[in-house]
Design a protein around this ligand. Structure first.
Ligand code: MGP
Ligand code: SAH
Length: 286
């Protein structure tokens, strides 16, 4: 089951919090959604495993029990042991995984699970979208299913090759312009309707801290740099962030623009487990 809920913070609410009314130290995420502007709750429903999926699941389970099985062994040869837990989730990451999806180490732990990426695509609409940190293409592929034009940038040429290959499996490679480059250097030349940012969080270690600090832990630049660069590209900025992100820092980002941008924070759940947080910033003056 994928369920997301999304709290929309009006400018007034952000201001109230940043000015310290009430408990300033309380992260926005701990508020009672019933009283704090819970706008929507989408329940995507529990999907029963189909006959084929059950068969595939049994097959993979058997492979891994009998001696590790080939796919499982291969994973250990090619990647660090850390990747094992992501391999178990491979069909959540790419439903067409068995058709030849290519991954590298960072791709395994960074790719946005397919149903969350599909949801991002729904929310981002059909205009021109720039995916500034494409990775192996989890988001770009879903954007291309809906948007008329996707520009997919990554600094790592292997990632761009893998993303292009993976997009071919989904039949959407023609709708994506793949660019190998540094988003921060390319930014002044970019214009779009929506800019999507799924930057490196510093690896799976992000989960070891109670509160993730976007000012010190995001790579390769901090949250303010990221937001400022992105808002020069589009009037809608979407950032995919760790589930333990400090929500007050997101409100600060929205307020740092003049006039302040609207902020919506969405928690992304998969099978009842909180996976990540997505922040949607919109310039309401345009
Ligand atoms: P996770 O917390 O590492 O996995 O990442 P999981 O399965 O929730 O681990 P558990 O031990 O808590 O059960 C959850 C999701 O966050 C991944 O599937 C990715 O979509 C995303 N993600 C994780 N990391 C480390 C990154 C990252 O560095 N960058 C980006 N953009 N996304 C990441
Ligand atoms: N959303 C992606 C995962 C992104 S992981 C997916 O679903 O597959 C983050 C990516 O940012 C990595 O692939 C990394 O190579 C890339 N990256 C890091 N610094 C960058 C920069 N300055 N410009 C462009 N890409 C960058």
């Amino acid at each position: 089951m994928l369920s997301d809920f999304c709290c929309s913070f009006s400018g007034a609410l952000i201001r109230a919090l940043s000015e310290g009314s009430g408990d300033d130290s309380m992260p926005l995420g701990t508020m009672d959604p019933a009283t704090d502007k819970l706008e929507t709750k989408h329940n995507f429903g529990v999907r029963k495993m189909g006959k084929n999926a059950r068969k595939r699941f049994r097959l993979n389970k058997n492979l891994s029990c009998d001696n590790g099985g080939l796919p499982f062994q291969g994973i250990f040869q090619e990647f660090s042991p850390l990747i094992k837990k992501y391999w178990w989730q491979r069909y959540l990451l790419f439903s067409r995984f068995d058709e030849g999806i290519k991954m590298d180490e960072e791709g395994w732990f960074s790719v946005t699970p397919e149903s969350i990426a599909r949801h991002h695509a729904l929310r981002c609409g059909a205009g021109i979208i720039i995916d500034c940190f494409t990775g192996v293409g989890g988001n770009a592929i879903q954007f291309a299913q809906r948007s008329k034009h996707v520009i997919a940038i990554d600094i790592d040429s292997n990632k761009i090759d893998y993303a292009q290959h993976n997009a071919t499996i989904y039949g959407v490679e023609d709708r994506i312009d793949f660019v190998r480059g540094d988003t921060f250097l390319l930014a002044p030349k970019l214009k779009a309707d929506t800019v999507f940012l799924s930057p490196p969080w510093g690896g799976p270690e992000y989960a070891k801290v109670t509160t993730y600090d976007i000012n010190t832990m995001l790579k390769p630049h901090d949250g303010h740099m990221l937001f400022n660069v992105a808002r020069g590209i589009a009037s809608k900025v979407v950032i995919f962030l760790p589930r333990n992100v400090d929500l007050n820092q997101l409100a600060e980002l929205a307020l740092s623009a003049n006039p302040p941008w609207l902020l919506e924070v969405e928690k992304n759940y998969l099978n009842g487990k909180l996976k990540a947080v997505t922040a949607y910033f919109t310039d309401t003056s345009k």
